[in-house]
Write a protein that binds this ligand. Structure first.
Ligand code: MF3
Ligand code: CO
Length: 261
């Protein structure tokens, strides 16, 4: 079921997305070699709770943590652990959902840990470009397939591949509402976008081949060829001419700028 959001609902979604953006910025402050993904999870849990939010991933279909922390070849749904120590040259994709006033926000960002090879930094840059190009298609009258086509085209032109098993989605009172928003597809295909549709666009892009494997924990998805994957996600409200981006990476980027310049 697709729920078109009222202007009031869009404002509530903007608030939950703001809290999520601030949460990811708190995580960004501490990402460094030697830190465990469990430490990141604790920081996020406490920040969300302290600010009146709900960590919506925790307990979702039995998921055991606040964050998904996916390192290097892990694509999504890596489970935070005190055994996973970040090392110089790693990348870590941090994905989470926050509920506030009954509306759920969903966002992800892939962070470099210390110095990362130019080859992998290019993957991060291209995946973020894929996200913003996809958002550029989230306007009244376009179709879901236009978003997927645009993302896939940009990724594959750069020599990368696109995850098939996980997709973006509508979002609101539910974490996953219709429509599905794949990161691949054909121009002019799929659901027609209408004003007030809120969708989470989340390209997951692989340095190597598209195939993935689910680890024995039942959650962690990694590339079959063990090459790196990146993941960026924002929620947007479809509007005439230009999407209204409800979440933002600005707080994260402020932190990264202060830390590394
Ligand atoms: N944040 C994920 C998404 O983009 C959902 C995570 S599933 C969970 O849809 F189980 F980890 F919550
Ligand atoms: Co999502």
């Amino acid at each position: 079921m697709i729920f078109l959001k009222t202007d009031e609902e869009v404002e509530l979604l903007r608030q939950s997305n703001r809290l999520l953006a601030m949460t990811l910025a708190e995580v960004a402050k501490v990402i460094a070699p030697g830190v465990t993904t469990k430490q990141l999870d604790k920081i996020a849990y406490e920040y969300i709770k302290d600010n009146g939010g709900e960590p919506s991933c925790l307990g979702f279909e039995g998921y055991p943590a606040t964050l998904c922390t996916s390192v290097n070849e892990q694509v999504v749904h890596g489970i935070p652990s005190d055994k996973v120590v970040l090392r110089e040259g790693d990348i870590v994709s941090v994905d989470t959902c926050v509920g506030l006033n009954g509306f759920i926000a969903d966002s992800a960002y892939t962070f470099p840990v210390g110095d990362v090879s130019p080859e992998v930094m290019r993957l991060l840059k291209t995946t973020k470009e894929c996200l913003y190009l996809g958002i550029g298609q989230a306007v009244v009258g376009k179709r879901v397939g236009d978003i997927g086509f645009t993302i896939q085209q940009h990724a594959e032109h750069a020599g990368y591949s696109v995850t098939r098993e996980f997709v973006g989605h509508g979002i609101g009172r539910g974490m996953h509402e219709d429509p599905e928003v794949p990161n691949y597809g054909r121009r002019g295909n799929g659901v027609v976008l209408k004003s007030g549709m809120v969708i989470a666009i989340e390209p997951m892009i692989h340095l190597g081949r598209k195939n993935i494997i689910i680890e024995d924990d039942g959650w962690t998805a990694r590339t079959a060829d063990r090459k790196q994957a990146a993941h960026y996600e924002l929620s947007v409200c479809v509007r005439q001419g230009k999407a209204d981006i409800l979440s933002t990476f600005e707080p994260i980027q402020e932190v990264l700028k202060e830390r590394f310049i």
